[in-house]
Every structure is written in C-alpha cells, then in structure tokens.
Design a protein around this ligand. Structure first.
Ligand SMILES: [Zn+2]
Length: 848
C-alpha cells in the first residue's frame, strides 16, 4: 500500500541521509520534503529521486497545510541545531528563534496532520543534562532535567506531542556523528576530532577527557526513522537512540590510532560533570540493529578530509579495487573523485585510432570494458614534453588530465565507457570540451601496432607498470652516416612486471635491424679484455677445465673477447655464436671460430652440443625471445655443465640512477629475483651469484640444469638484500622514475650555465648510453663533436641529436670541457688523454 510521507527539515544533517534511504522508495510511496533552506544541488537531487520538494518554513501554514493533512507519516526534523552547549555560549536571540521554530513548527504539525498520522520526532539526550547524579544507563522513563534552552525546548516539544493525542514515536538521540555531504556538524565531538586529525592538528582534552559521552552514527539514526515508520505496531513510545558509550579521551585515541600525527593535549581543569549515557535496551528489544561503528566513521571522516594522494601523472592507468571473486566471475571497483553525469559507450575496431585531441577543461576518464589499446599522450602546457605511451587492458580505468593531447590505438576490437562530468554537446566541440590535435599519424600507428609488447617476456602476465619514459628515441647503436640520414624514433620506456619483477622495454624492434651491422667491439676496451682474461683463469681453475677436452661456447661472442684468453691458453674446443655479421667475420679472422647466427631453435643444429661451459655475457639483456634462447642454451649444455651469465644489474641501475643503460637493444633489466623466477620454469637453477663491476655493476650467475646441485649461500643472501631494497615493490620503481626526471632538469640547467659562460664542450665516447642520455636530455648543439677511440665510428653522427663523431687527432682547438659520455671508463679515458681538454667531466657530474 502506498504511503504519503513528509520529511520536515529534509535538507538537514539527518534529513539528507533519510532522503537517501527514501530515494529507493519514491516509486512506491509519495515522499515530500519541506525545508526553509534552498540548496540547488540537493533540491535537484531530490527532484531526480522523484521526491517532492516544498520550499517553505514549517510555520508557514498556507504552504504546508495540504501536505501535512494528507500525510500518513511525518518525520518532523525541522529545527535549528546550531545549539549552545554551555551557559556561556547561549545567546538570547538565537534561543528565541530556535524555540519559536520548535514550538510553533511542532504546533503546526500537530494541528494540521490527520487523526491517524504517525509523528516521528527527534528529541535529545540533553533533556537529562541537569541530573544531579550522573548515570551510565539512563532509561526512557527516568525523570528529565533540562537546563539550557535547547534541552528545555526539546522537553517542551515532547510534552506537546504527548498531550496531542496523536500517534507518536519520540527518539532521544545521543550525539549524532558521521560523515555527511550536507554539513560537517563540527559541534559534535567525534566530527570535530576527526576534522582536527585530518589536518594533523592538536586535540585538546579538557579535564583530561574523562567525561562520558553517548553517541550514535548518523546513518543508523536515519535507518531508525525508517524503521519506526514501517512498524505500525509501535505507537505512543519514547526510545533512546544511542549506540556508543565512550569517554572523550577514547574518541581522541581512535583519531590518534587512525592518524598518528595528531597531537593530544590534556588540561587538568575541573570536570563540569562526569557525563552520562542512555540505555538502548528498549530500542534493541524491538528488533532494531545498529550497523555502523564509531571507529569506521572516524576513519571515513579523516580519510575524506585528509590530503589525498592524487596522482600527478598526466595520464594514469588504474586497476579496479576491492575485488570480489566467486564462481560467477569477478567484480572490481573504481572510485571516482567526482560524480559523473554522462556515460558514453564507445565501440572501436582493431587497428583504428581514436582521440588525437585534448580537452581544455575536463579530465578524461575511460573504463576499458573489452579489448586493448595503446595510449599515446603528451603534455601541451610544457613545450619540452615528450610523447609517452602505455598499454591499457580490460578492466583498467585511464585518467587523462586536461590539456594533455592523447590518442588511442586499438590493438583489439574494443569497447570503452567514457565517463564525463560536465557538458559534452556537439555545439561545444572544438570550443570547451574537445580540441583536435594530431598526435599519432597512420605510420606511427602501424609501427606501434607491430612492435608493442603487451605481456611480460619472462612470465607472460600483463601486469606491466611504467617505470620511466625516456621519450621517443633512435636506435642507440645505429650511428648515422650523414647528418641528415633518415632516422626512425621509437618509444624508449621501461616497464616493471609486478608478477616476476623483471624490468623490460615496452617496444621491441626487429633484432636484425639492430644487430646485423654492429659497431660495438668489446676488445676495444682494455678493461674489458682484462675482465675476460681474469674470468677465464677463474673458470679453468674452479671447473678444472682442460685445454684438450673441455668445450666452451660463448653466446653473443662479439669479436671473441671472452674466448681469446682460452685460445691463448691452448684450448682447442672453443666456439663463438654471434649475430652481427661484420663482428663475427672479425672474430673468425682472429682464428676464433664463430658461427654467425642468433641462438634459436632454427639455428641450433649449426652448433655442436655437450658444452662444459656456456658463457653468455650481456646477451640476456638483448634477447626478446628469451625463453627460446634459454632452452637452446640448456640443450647445448652437458648434463653437469654450467652456464655462466653476466647481466647488467638492475639494483645498480636503480641505486646509481644509471638510466642511460636503457636503450632499445637492451630489452631486459635483471635482478637476481627475476633471474631466479625465470629459470624456475625450465627446471634449471641458479646455484651461485657474484657481483662484478662491468657496465656500472653486473651480476654473474652460475646456472645448472641438474637440479641436484646445492644452491650456495650467496644466492639466498642477495635475494634477501634485494627484498630489503624493495625490488618487489612498485614504489621503488616509481621513485627511480621521479629521480630520473629530476636529473634531466639539472643537466639541462648545468649545460646551459656552461654555455652561457662561453665554454667550449666536446664529448668523449659514443656508447649507446650517450645516445640515450643526450636524446633524453635534449642536448645537441651544446656539444660540438664527440671524439671516439673506435675507428669504425669516425665520420658518423650520433642519432637523434646529430652530433658528429671524430678521431681525437682532429682536435684543432683545445676545448674547455671534455664531457665523458662513457662515464664507466672515466678513469681510463682521463689517464690516456690528459692533454686533450682543460677539464674532464663525467655526465654524472652534471646531474646534481
Ligand atoms: Zn613477468
């Protein structure tokens, strides 16, 4: 049966919550709100809930008469709640106004409502405030003792209602607390303390906070009104509505627990009274249940009023939270910071591009329901900003800030929801909501579609998080023959796999493009030669290798630098495997037998099996088909043989901020943690690890395919160290990214200062890291040329920044600064070239 329900004071603290509950019932019952306030947003909301709104003072008989007459139930909430709490605070004119609304308003409700109407009225615990002997369990029939005008008014109202002969339910409410969209209600102690805690302030406890208080959560109060409206059997009754009995100090302690930064100060003045509390036995006996608690309410208020950690990223991708999974499937939730009034449903075919525009005002929020896309974006407010890409998977919410140009490249048939706050009319297109900006053209779309990596190349999962974006960069080792030779740029971005903890690039290029004509010769460096000489001696001794019998393979053998020491010691069975044609040829010329191929299944037959030792130095970074490569290595290995791998160590990169180790040829960035995870899948295991100092810090791991070998302590120790460092935590990588962006800022500033002082700067060394760093920094003309020891590089240009590379014999005028780009050889370069420049500095010196 349909009921007519009136809520007076429906825009207030309790009324707001009560209307939310009734919003679900307006299809069945006729709900009317009467309030003398007019709050645009709230009135609009009531209208949308199909709740009738009457803008009127309750005392204004003509306006409210009709609604009161027809009402089956009246929740009579109208009244002023901004009450005096102590005698000193009381104020005559306010008191008069309050009493007038209370008394006259209630008279109107009583006189105009029908015979059978049920009136539900909130009175207050303050009707007991003057009791001589304070109690903890005041029951409903206890004698009242109001003192201040608020209590006196409530008492008067109670008596008015009781005498009227109308069906009534009166609540004696404890102090009502809790978060509300209507008002903060800071005169309520838990709300006030929560506000102070949210601002890291100081809570003052007068009289040591010993006073007892009775409290009740806002939503439970609203629920209680509804409960009584539904219970026809409950009439002519008074109920205490109180849930928590706590001292002021206990409330402060909850705030402190929630935010330890809050300070609590006690004053030792005299307690005005020890406080009192109401018994809720009668209410509970009728079957009402409280559902909310003090701790969670305080927690909610503090978190909603505290400074939020809003991401500063131009665009970020978020997975759903608070997941619920059962046999039917998964529920995951995205909490939005603002309400949404428009949802677009957008269907996109694989291989198409959307957006290529920006929004000058609105933040864009898209929830990808099906499919996948690559998002490309760029900050339009910062002219030096670079394009950044990332992948968006099913269930992800992507948020793009205003004035960020963006494009979506759909790599699968996709459906996303566009969640908008604000207007989005077609007439405003190009004006307020969307402006065209071509960020991704057809050609670039094809390139990204072809080369983007969506899943971890180690474990296959798709939980890849962006660590750092070094912008669009050329291939670091493909030096240009002419300054204006065509030079393609590809995103250079590092991701972190939250499942297996490997770091890897987002974009992978055709290896033949990079490795067929490789200019990097390992033997050029004396320190490298020495490194491999020492290594060979060590392995011969430890594994008791014999020059006649032992078979040593080196994968990615370059010009034979690692095998040469074996050859010099009389080893007969040595073999190199090298994909770069020119380099392999060079090795063969030096009589180091080298097969020119990639190590994969197809080429496996070209290589003799049963190796005692397989060396692989810095090739594991360079392989996209890692699994295949590892399988091949294990197939080539004797059952008790050993694979000895050297990889650049991610821990050093993160610690020393050597981001210039990141370049396109270098797909993977290893920690021991990720190496161990990787080898697990082949049933092989790492039995020993050593930290070595090549390439600014590397790892050397010993892998056995026979699992009976004992794992040495070094492995456990380093895994523990990595765990402590935070190798398995996203924040570690996020912080690394932030530091790298700070370095760019510093280097640009420092270089600019040198140039402003008229200094002549040249570069020294053109390793891949120089290309990465200079392109990332955007430094080009500031460096006149780069001198290089490797003859093969002379006459070429560093790609992207187009700096010429030359021999040191070509230096005519002694420069002020020689900037060592191959900073890991700083000492060696300085020693050999003392007279070359007035001063040698490492690129590292400019980073601070
Ligand atoms: Zn992974």
């Amino acid at each position: 049966m349909s009921k007519k329900i009136v809520v007076t004071g429906g825009l207030g603290y309790i009324g707001t919550e009560l209307c939310k509950i009734y919003s679900g019932e307006s299809w069945r019952n006729q709900i009317t709100v009467v309030d003398n306030r007019f709050v645009s947003e709230r009135v609009n909301q009531l209208r949308n809930w199909s709740i009738n709104f009457v803008h009127s003072d309750i005392r204004d008989l003509e306006n409210v008469k009709q609604f009161l007459k027809e009402a089956d139930v009246i929740h009579h909430l109208a009244g002023i709640t901004d009450v005096a709490r102590t005698k000193e605070e009381s104020n005559l004119s306010k008191d008069n106004e309050m009493n007038d609304i209370a008394e006259k308003g209630t008279s109107v409700v009583l006189s105009e409502s029908s015979e059978n109407c049920k009136i539900i009225f909130p009175s207050s615990h303050v009707v007991f405030e003057g009791k001589e002997k304070m109690e903890e369990n005041i029951e409903e029939d206890c004698e009242k003792f109001p003192v201040l005008s608020y209590g006196l008014g409530k008492d008067k109202n109670e008596e008015q209602i009781k005498k009227s002969g109308k069906n009534y339910v009166i609540f004696r409410l404890a102090s009502v607390y809790g978060y509300s969209t209507d008002t903060m209600r800071l005169n309520i102690m838990p709300n006030l303390f929560s506000k102070i805690a949210s601002q890291n302030g100081t809570i003052k406890l007068f009289a040591g906070g010993k006073q007892l208080k009775c409290l009740v959560p806002l939503i439970d109060v609203a629920r209680c009104f509804k409960f009584m409206e539904e219970r026809n059997d409950i009439k002519f009754q008074i109920f205490n509505v109180s849930k928590d009995k706590v001292t002021v100090q206990q409330v402060a302690n909850i705030c402190k627990k929630e935010n330890p930064k809050v300070k609590i100060v006690k004053t030792e003045d005299k307690i005005p009274n020890s406080g009192y509390a109401l018994s809720n036995k009668k209410l509970l006996s009728k079957g009402f249940k409280f559902l909310y608690g003090l701790e969670e309410s305080i927690k909610e208020m503090i978190s909603k009023w505290s400074r939020q950690n809003i991401t500063k990223n131009l665009e970020h991708v978020k997975k759903g939270e608070k997941e619920f999974v059962d046999d039917r499937g998964r529920i995951s939730n995205h909490e939005l910071p603002e309400s949404i009034n428009l949802v677009g449903y957008i269907d996109s075919k694989k291989g198409t591009v959307r957006a290529n525009h920006f929004h000058p005002i609105q933040e864009q929020k898209c929830l990808l329901a099906k499919g996948q896309f690559i998002s490309v974006y760029k900050d339009l407010l910062n002219e030096n900003s670079q394009k950044v890409t990332h992948v968006v998977n099913e269930g992800d919410l992507i948020v793009t800030k205003p004035n960020v140009a963006h494009a979506m490249i759909f790599t699968k048939d996709s459906i996303f929801l566009n969640l908008v706050r604000g207007e989005r009319e077609h007439e405003n297109y190009g004006v307020t909501h969307t402006k065209k900006y071509i960020l991704v053209k057809e050609e670039e779309k094809d390139l990204l579609m072809k080369n983007y990596k969506f899943d971890c190349r180690l474990c296959g999962k798709t939980n890849l998080k962006r660590v750092v974006s070094l912008g669009y960069q050329p291939l670091a080792n493909n030096l240009l023959n002419k300054k204006d030779s065509k030079c393609e740029l590809y995103p250079l971005e590092m991701n972190y796999c939250t499942d297996c903890h490997n770091c890897q690039l987002s974009v992978v290029l055709d290896p033949t493009k990079m490795f067929s004509n490789y200019l990097y010769l390992s033997s050029t460096s004396r320190s490298f030669r020495k490194h491999f000489e020492d290594a060979a001696e060590k392995y011969i001794k430890e594994f008791r290798l014999s020059p006649k019998k032992s078979y040593v393979i080196d994968i990615g053998s370059n010009d034979g630098v690692a095998l040469k020491p074996f050859k010099d010691l009389g080893f007969k069975k040595i073999l190199g495997v090298e994909p770069a044609k020119n380099v392999a040829k060079l090795a063969n010329k030096k009589k180091i037998k080298t097969v020119n191929c990639f190590l994969d299944k197809k080429n496996l037959k070209k290589i003799k099996k049963n190796a005692d030792i397989i060396l692989a130095s810095n090739v594991f970074a360079h392989s996209d088909k890692l699994k295949e490569m590892a399988e091949c290595m294990l197939k080539l290995l004797k059952s008790n043989g050993t694979i000895i791998m050297e990889v650049q160590y991610l821990l050093n990169t993160l610690q020393d901020l050597t981001f210039d180790n990141i370049y396109h040829e270098h797909y993977n960035y290893w920690s021991l943690t990720s190496l161990v995870n990787f080898f697990k899948q082949f049933k092989a295991k790492i039995i020993r690890v050593e930290r070595i100092n090549t390439h600014g810090g590397s790892l050397r791991v010993y892998v056995k395919k026979d699992r009976s070998f004992k794992v040495e302590q070094s492995v456990e120790d380093l895994l523990e160290e990595e765990e402590e460092f935070g190798m398995k935590k996203c924040e570690t990588y996020e912080k690394f990214g932030e530091k790298i962006y700070a370095i760019r800022k510093n280097v640009k500033k420092n270089i600019k200062n040198l140039k402003n002082n008229g200094k002549k700067i040249i570069g020294y060394g053109s390793p891949a890291k120089a290309t990465t760093a200079l392109n990332f920094f955007g430094i080009s003309k500031e460096i006149e040329y780069i001198v290089e020891d490797n003859k093969l590089k002379h006459g070429k240009f560093l790609p992207g920044v187009k700096i010429p590379i030359t021999s040191k014999t070509n230096i005519k005028q002694k420069p002020d600064y020689a900037l060592v780009l191959a900073w890991n050889f700083m000492d060696e370069i300085k020693r050999k070239n003392n007279d070359l420049a007035h001063k040698f500095i490492s690129i590292k010196d400019l980073e601070v």
